[in-house]
Design a protein around this ligand. Sequence first.
Ligand SMILES: N[C@@H](CCC(=O)N[C@@H](CS)C(=O)NCC(=O)O)C(=O)O
Length: 216
Amino acid sequence: MIKIYGLKFSNHSAMIRFALMEKNIEHEWVETFPFSMSGDKTILDRSAQGAVPILECDGKFYSETQAIMSFLEKKFPDKSLISNDPSYYARTVEIIKIFELYVEYQARIFYPSVFFGVEQKTDNSEEIKVKISRGLSIIEKKAEFNPYIFGDFSYADIYASLVISTADEVCKKIFNWDILQEFKKLSKVINVINAREVAKIIYDDIAKGMEELKKS
Ligand SMILES: N[C@@H](CCC(=O)N[C@@H](CS)C(=O)NCC(=O)O)C(=O)O
């Protein structure tokens, strides 16, 4: 059985849980803090910056959410979450990369202040806002929204939901900018994705995890 090391309340780990539950994959979940929070050096041997999620299978460790999704797809092909058509396959990966690089990795600069109350000084916040805005605009141009990003539910929808969930909070608090008001097609698809049964479980667990963290 595969083992996943991850943090249920954190968005990349939640992406993998979302995929595992949608694909009905039996797994053992090991709740694990990243190196930055635990100082556990074994995590650094398994993941470039000591981040989670990490997948373990047959004595090998796999890091990076997109690589783990590829592994799950090849190993458990029964319920596929990405098209086999070359064009749709590449376009799905393209949307994932745009969400990752130009939305999530920009918004995460502000996670310490938005989610953990740490005081931050950032000189290039306007530049960051422009990148996020360009990222979301191009996604609205490239996606089909019929009703998911490309027809059937896919990994791109998992990224959409969990990237927007944190980016939305960051943009409201840092830029006083409601991205879901501005990007209406995205807002609509997020409602469709988040109405899925698995999404409800994932977001319940995120809320519980954040509560626990605040208490500790
Ligand atoms: N590039 C990594 C990023 C994963 C990531 O950011 N994970 C979060 C938790 S879900 C984390 O470990 N953050 C703390 C850190 O990076 O030190 C991926 O795609 O899996």
